[in-house]
Ligand binder design. Structure first.
Ligand SMILES: Cc1cc2nc3c(=O)[nH]c(=O)nc-3n(C[C@H](O)[C@H](O)[C@H](O)COP(=O)(O)OP(=O)(O)OC[C@H]3O[C@@H](n4cnc5c(N)ncnc54)[C@H](O)[C@@H]3O)c2cc1C
Length: 405
C-alpha cells in the first residue's frame, strides 16, 4: 500500500507494541504519523512475550513499586478498553517445603500487590483449602504446603498490537510494513528519512522521529546522522514452549526446581491446535543478531523439567508443539538478570535535547502492559518540539477492537 503524503510530524521506526502505542498517542494528540516496520506488525518481541498484562508480582521483591503500580493502573484501563483482548485470569502459586519463598512472604507480596491495584473484590487473593487441591490439574502434592490464588490478566500480544495500530489508523496514522529504515539525516528543520519498502527506496520528511526498534534500537541509531549517543544495554533471551497439554484451572506461577527462577504455565489457545499450554520463560544472555534469536535445546530441557516436576502426569519429551524466543532489552552491567530494572528509558541525545532542531527519541526496554503510559510519556517529551495541533482523542478512552484475521 502506498503512502498518501511524504511529510509527517512524526515518523516511528518499529511496529511492535511501543511503536504502535506512540503512533496512537501521537495521532490522538493531532499529529500526522507514519510507522515504518521492516517486517509485519508485532513480528518480533511483541509476539513473543508471556502475554500477561500484569504488574509483575516478582518486581516487588526488587523494590520496583512505581513500575508495578503503573502497570496495574494500565491493566485496569486495558480491561475496560480492550475487553475482548485482555481478560482477568486466576493465578495459582503453590508453596512446597523446599520453595524459596514461604507462605508469609507470598501472602505479604500478594497483599501489597492487591493494595497497589486499588484493593476491591476483583483483586482479592486467598489461600486454597486443602480439599480443593485435587482440582488443580494434577499438581504435584509431594511436599506441598499451601496454594495461593490471586488475579492478573492475559492477552494475545500480537492481536493487541494490531488493535492499537488499527485504532491509530482510524484516526489517520499511516503504516508501512516491509519498510526498513535505511538512513535518517537530521537537518535544521526536518529529518530526511530514507527507507526501503517492497524492494524500492523511498523518502519522507519528519519533524521528529521515534526509534521504537526494540532490540534493534542501537542499530537504528547507527543509521542516524549526525549519529546520536546511544545507551549500552544487554539483550536477554526468553524462550517459551507451546505444549500439547491442557491446564483447565488457570495460570500456575512456579519456581524452577533447578534454580528457583519463576516460570508460568499458562492455558493458551493455538489457532490450529486449540487448547495448549504456554510455558516460559528463560533468561539467557544474547549477543547475536536480534533477527536470529531462537530457542536453545538447553532452554527447552530446562522448561520441560519444570513442567514435568509440577505436573508429573502431563509432562514428557514429545509434548512440545512449537517454541519461540524473544529478547528483553535491559540496562547493561553485571548482576542477576532477574533483578535488573524493567523500567523503560526514553533517551534523546543531549546535543539534540539542548536545541530546537528535530530530534530522535529512542525507547529502551519496557513492558507490553505499560505501552500506553510509555507512549504518553514519549509525546509529553516531544510535543513542545512539534507544531500545535488540534487533539482528536484520548488514549485513555480509545476502544481497542480486535482486528479480524
Ligand atoms: C520473553 C519475554 C517475555 C515477556 N513477557 C511480558 C509479559 O508477559 N508482559 C509484559 O508486559 N511484557 C512482557 N515482555 C516485555 C514486552 O514483550 C516488550 O517490552 C515489548 O514487546 C517490546 O516491544 P517493542 O515495540 O519495544 O519491540 P519489538 O516488539 O521488538 O518491536 C520492534 C520492531 O522494530 C522493527 N524494526 C527494527 N529495525 C527496524 C528498521 N530499521 N526499520 C523498520 N523497522 C525496524 C522490528 O521488526 C520490530 O517489529 C516480555 C519480553 C520478553 C522478551
Amino acid at each position: 500500500m502506498g503512502i498518501e503524503r511524504n511529510e509527517f510530524d512524526l515518523v516511528v521506526v518499529g511496529g511492535g507494541i511501543h511503536g504502535v502505542g506512540v503512533a496512537q498517542a501521537a495521532v490522538a494528540a493531532g499529529f500526522s504519523v507514519l510507522v515504518l516496520e521492516q517486517g509485519t506488525l508485532a513480528c518480533a518481541t511483541s509476539s513473543r512475550s508471556s502475554k500477561l498484562i500484569h504488574g509483575g508480582l516478582r518486581y516487588l521483591e526488587h523494590g520496583q513499586i512505581d513500575l508495578v503500580r503503573e502497570c496495574l493502573r494500565e491493566r485496569s484501563l486495558l480491561l475496560k478498553l480492550a475487553p475482548e483482548l485482555v481478560r482477568m485470569r486466576r493465578f495459582y502459586i503453590p508453596i512446597y517445603k523446599n520453595s524459596t519463598r514461604n507462605r508469609f512472604t507470598i501472602a505479604s507480596g500478594l497483599a501489597l500487590y492487591s493494595m497497589l491495584a486499588g484493593g476491591g473484590k476483583d483483586v482479592r487473593f486467598h489461600r486454597l483449602p486443602r480439599r480443593q487441591w485435587d482440582s488443580l490439574d494434577g499438581l504435584n502434592r509431594e511436599g506441598l504446603l499451601s496454594v495461593f490464588q490471586y488475579w492478573d490478566a492475559q492477552t494475545d500480544d500480537r492481536a493487541l498490537t494490531q488493535a492499537v495500530m488499527a485504532s491509530a489508523q482510524g484516526l489517520g496514522a499511516q503504516l508501512q510494513e516491509d519498510a526498513e529504515l535505511l538512513q535518517a539525516t537530521i537537518a535544521s528543520d526536518r529529518i530526511q528519512i530514507r527507507y526501503r519498502s517492497h524492494g524500492e527506496e523511498r523518502h519522507c520528511l519528519a519533524r521528529a522521529m521515534v526509534n521504537a526498534a526494540g532490540p534493534w534500537v542501537n542499530r537504528v541509531l547507527g543509521r542516524v546522522s549526525p549519529e546520536p549517543v546511544s545507551l549500552a544495554f544487554d539483550m536477554v533471551q526468553g524462550t517459551h514452549l507451546v505444549l500439547d497439554a491442557q491446564l483447565e484451572k488457570g495460570i500456575y506461577y512456579l519456581e524452577s526446581p533447578r534454580d528457583a527462577r519463576p516460570t508460568f504455565a499458562i492455558p493458551w489457545q493455538e489457532k490450529i491446535a486449540g487448547d495448549s499450554v504456554l510455558l516460559g520463560t528463560t533468561e539467557t544472555r544474547y549477543q547475536g543478531d536480534p533477527g536470529e534469536v531462537h530457542p536453545l535445546p538447553e532452554e527447552q530441557a530446562y522448561l520441560l523439567e519444570t513442567f514435568s516436576y509440577y505436573f508429573p502426569d502431563r509432562g514428557g519429551e514429545n509434548i512440545v508443539s512449537r517454541a519461540f524466543a524473544g529478547l528483553r532489552v535491559l540496562p547493561a552491567g553485571d548482576g542477576g538478570l532477574g533483578a535488573k530494572t524493567r523500567d523503560t528509558v526514553l533517551h534523546i541525545d543531549n546535543d539534540q535535547a539542548r536545541t530546537d532542531t528535530p530530534c530522535v527519541l529512542t525507547i529502551y526496554g519496557g513492558k507490553l502492559t505499560a505501552y500506553r503510559a510509555t507512549a504518553e510519556k514519549v509525546m509529553a517529551l516531544l510535543s513542545s518540539r512539534l507544531p500545535p495541533r488540534r487533539k482528536k482523542g484520548d488514549t485513555r478512552e480509545l476502544r481497542l477492537i480486535p482486528v479480524a484475521s
